[in-house]
Design a protein around this ligand. Structure first.
Ligand code: CMX
Length: 441
């Protein structure tokens, strides 16, 4: 067993005993009440999941195992000469629950390098799609093709003891994370760079190597990828991509099947696809106004037009957050440091000035502030990664770190198949008249 696996096993065994005791003593305590409106409206605010890797506070934003993004930037190991955290370190933190040493992080980089081989049939599956297919469709197809490599599926078919599920899940998660940059870069170079592929560089860290294989050698782009892969990794358990991965995994679908489900959710415009929508929306605004640098008044008018057409302003609002997303702020800080004069980045900042008061004035939007997706595209455009349909793939690679470490925990804690109760409106009406019971299954 490898070092990481051994450390994880020790932590998981300790946690499993602790949770068993906790449930024995407090299992019948009530956590909250569920209102009928919550049942109809996306289960918002219902606590119904355990996800160990991160926790979201509506006012403060995300903390990974207790650490905020600025704290991660300070405390996690960096690449030589760099100042952004290495995402390998965040993976260690989410999985083990403790900050890693430099050695721990180098160990993960080298394990992922070793496990990064992608079999040819995965590229063939991607190649079978028309070049016009959306990069997220190619990404999910590549992940599904990779499912042939699942250790868990193989071990399950051979009759594995349920106590050991976590182990091949761990191996699959590590393999999958290791292979995603190569798959993503293949899609990018196939679709946008005339199939001119770039071989991995075994000396680089995971995110640096992704930048290299995409074709961007600029050091500050590599730093951006390290930051980007860190801040998009996890956002507690209830968001669509994390929840879908967890849900499908609870049926003992292997990590490839579960992650593909999560990525299909990330590809929705109200979730991860919002990062492409933001840049598309700004490009359309520039074209409509015939200027690269729209004024605040022009932006305000364009926002009102977007709303009057029954569309959302992409990159704004959140189901849980009620303040500016610290992931937005981290990217704004990166922009101020590396590219303060960039006109698109400045437009993103002007949009940040213009949008919240307008959304607030509508009176129905619970959070008028920007989320992670409001900023990311503009930074990518600056470095020449202008093909915005690709942006959600980058989000997806990062999200693997959170949802895969969570999935390992799910199986180590032997969490059961997820199966909440649903009702029909007919039953609700009978229940309101006192003619039927809703509870129970
Ligand atoms: N622009 C216009 N209208 C918005 C809005 C926005 N940015 N955000 C919310 N609203 C609207 C909702 O559509 C809803 O309208 P109806 O009552 O007419 O249905 C109303 O305001 C209330 O919504 P809410 O309770 O404030 O927000 P939800 O929890 O339902 O939805 C979210 C959250 C993110 C889907 C929504 O804010 C949105 O659509 N934002 C734009 C898309 C986006 O940026 N998504 C990325 C989120 C981050 C991520 O997952 O990556």
């Amino acid at each position: 067993m490898g070092i990481l696996k051994e450390r994880f096993k020790a932590k998981a065994d300790e946690s499993a005993v602790e949770i068993k005791e906790l449930l024995k003593e407090h299992g019948n305590k009530t956590i909250g009440e569920v209102q009928l409106s919550q049942v109809y409206q996306g289960m918002r605010g219902i606590t119904g999941l355990v996800s160990e890797t991160s926790l979201l506070d509506a006012q403060e934003g995300i903390r990974f195992r207790g650490y905020s993004i600025p704290e991660l930037q300070q405390k996690l190991p960096k690449a030589k000469g760099g100042s952004e955290p290495l995402p390998e370190g965040l993976f260690y933190l989410m999985l083990i629950g403790e900050l890693p040493t430099e050695d721990d992080v180098h160990h993960i980089s080298s394990v992922w390098q070793r496990r990064s081989h992608v079999p040819n049939h995965v590229f063939a599956a991607i190649d079978a799609l028309p070049i016009t297919a959306h990069p997220m469709t190619m990404f999910v197809s590549g992940i599904m093709a990779l499912q042939t490599e699942s250790n868990f599926a193989k071990r399950y078919s051979e009759g594995i003891n349920k106590k050991d599920y976590w182990e091949p899940i761990f191996d699959d998660a590590m393999d999958l994370i290791a292979r995603l940059p190569r798959i993503a870069a293949y899609i990018y170079r196939r679709k946008y760079r005339n199939n001119q592929h770039i071989q991995p560089n075994g000396l680089l860290d995971w995110a640096g190597n992704l930048a290299h294989m995409l074709g961007f050698e600029n050091e500050s782009f590599k730093e951006l990828m390290r930051l980007y892969m860190t801040i998009h990794a996890d956002h507690e358990g209830g968001n669509v991509s994390a929840h879908a991965t967890h849900l499908v995994g609870s049926a003992l679908s292997d990590p490839y099947l579960s992650f593909a489900a999560g990525m299909n959710g990330l590809a929705g415009p109200l979730h991860g696809l919002a990062n492409q929508e933001v840049v598309k929306w700004i490009f359309e605004m520039r074209e409509a106004l015939n200027t690269e640098t729209p004024s605040k008044t022009q932006i305000e008018e364009y926002v009102k037009k977007t709303l009057s057409e029954g569309k959302v302003v992409p990159g704004y609002g959140h189901a849980v957050l009620r303040k500016t997303d610290p992931r937005f702020t981290a990217q704004m800080e990166f922009g101020k440091k590396h590219l303060p004069e960039d006109p698109l980045v400045q437009t993103v900042w002007n949009v940040y000035d213009a949008v919240p008061p307008i959304l607030q004035s509508l009176g129905k939007i619970k959070n008028p502030w920007p989320n992670v997706d409001a900023h990311s595209g503009a930074l990518l455009v600056h470095y020449g990664l202008v093909e915005y349909e690709f942006y959600t793939v980058l989000f997806g690679i990062s999200r693997a770190l959170g949802v895969m470490s969570s999935l390992i925990w799910d199986r180590a804690l032997a969490l059961p198949i997820e199966r909440p109760k649903s009702v029909t409106t007919d039953l609700v009406k009978q229940w309101l008249k006192g003619e039927a019971e809703i509870w129970g299954d």
